[in-house]
Design a protein around this ligand. Structure first.
Ligand code: NDP
Ligand code: 8X3
Length: 249
């Protein structure tokens, strides 16, 4: 049994839920966050008091500060921050996109992530802990309709490198995990609840699962302290690259 504590955002679903579960099974305690308290409570019921549920919207910086200030003593000292909460909304090209969706992605995937990171950095420096940011292949490879989502993930990847630089000598490790196609609630959220679209996307592809990313996260977090994985790009074998597009007059 380890005494370590992980703070996992977006633990109500997908990668975050799988990561929280993996770490509790490995003997860690986990602060599990999200907006859906019923799901956080269900996770606690399933995994026991090694889970501390914390319900807040990551876009609300005052709520972040209040939630962290209210952590009980047994969950105050954070060894690992997994910045996983995030979303894509819409697949329209930029010229047809809904700017409210753009704002929500920026506020969640970038602003929320940096505010939470800033709030937890003093504890992570104290524990010589680690930060694992969930970015995406969309940070590196553009695709039509990925515009602002991809840009937020490029921000996450670059912020990860910048953090490494700023934390030089502190012993705090920083990693950006950049997954490709993964079957979670991601596409359901992106399409405003279109289960058929989600099923159609993943059908026959043998996509990445939450457990796959949980295993990668567990591996990175438990490497010897002298090793830092800067970035880890993971795709399902069924996914690869296509060529550039050409428009002819
Ligand atoms: P899910 O939709 O299954 O999970 C997303 C999680 O983020 C939920 O727990 C949700 O919790 C949380 N979240 C979203 N918005 C907020 C908010 N405003 N405040 C607090 N929590 C929030 O998707 P995934 O598990 O796939 O996504 C996890 C991360 O992985 C995201 O950052 C995503 O961009 C990234 N990713 C996903 C890939 C995929 O193909 N699935 C591939 C590459 C990266 P709640 O709704 O309860 O608030
Ligand atoms: C999710 C991966 O390719 O659907 O970040 O944008 S992708």
């Amino acid at each position: 049994m380890s005494n370590k504590i992980a703070f996992v955002t977006g633990a109500t679903s997908g990668f975050g839920r799988a990561i929280a579960t993996r770490f509790v099974q490995g003997g860690w305690r986990v602060v599990a966050t999200g907006r859906r308290m019923d799901r956080l409570q269900a996770l606690r019921d399933e995994l026991g008091d090694a889970v501390h549920p914390l319900c807040f919207d990551i876009r609300d910086s005052a709520a972040i500060d209040a939630a962290i200030a209210a952590l009980p003593d047994t969950f105050r000292s954070i060894d690992l921050l997994v910045n996983n909460a995030g979303l894509a909304l819409g697949t329209a090209p930029a010229q047809k996109a809904d700017t409210n969706q753009w704002r929500q992605m920026i506020e969640t995937n970038t602003l929320g992530l940096v505010n939470l990171t800033h709030a937890l950095l003093p504890r992570l420096i104290e524990t010589r802990g680690a930060i694992i940011n969930i970015s995406s292949i969309a940070a590196t490879y553009p695709y039509t309709g990925g515009n602002v989502y991809g840009a937020t993930k490029a921000f996450v990847s670059q912020f990860s490198l910048g953090l490494r630089s700023d934390l030089h000598g502190s012993g705090v490790r920083v990693t950006s995990i950049e997954p490709g196609l993964a079957e979670t609630e991601f596409t359901l959220v992106r399409t405003s609840g279109n289960q058929q679209a989600s099923d159609d996307l993943y059908r026959g592809t043998h996509p990445i699962t939450g457990d796959d990313i949980a295993d990668a996260t567990w591996w990175i977090a438990n490497l010897p302290p002298h090793l830092n994985i800067n970035r880890l790009e993971v795709m399902p074998t069924s996914q690869s690259f296509a060529g550039f597009q050409l428009h002819r007059e």
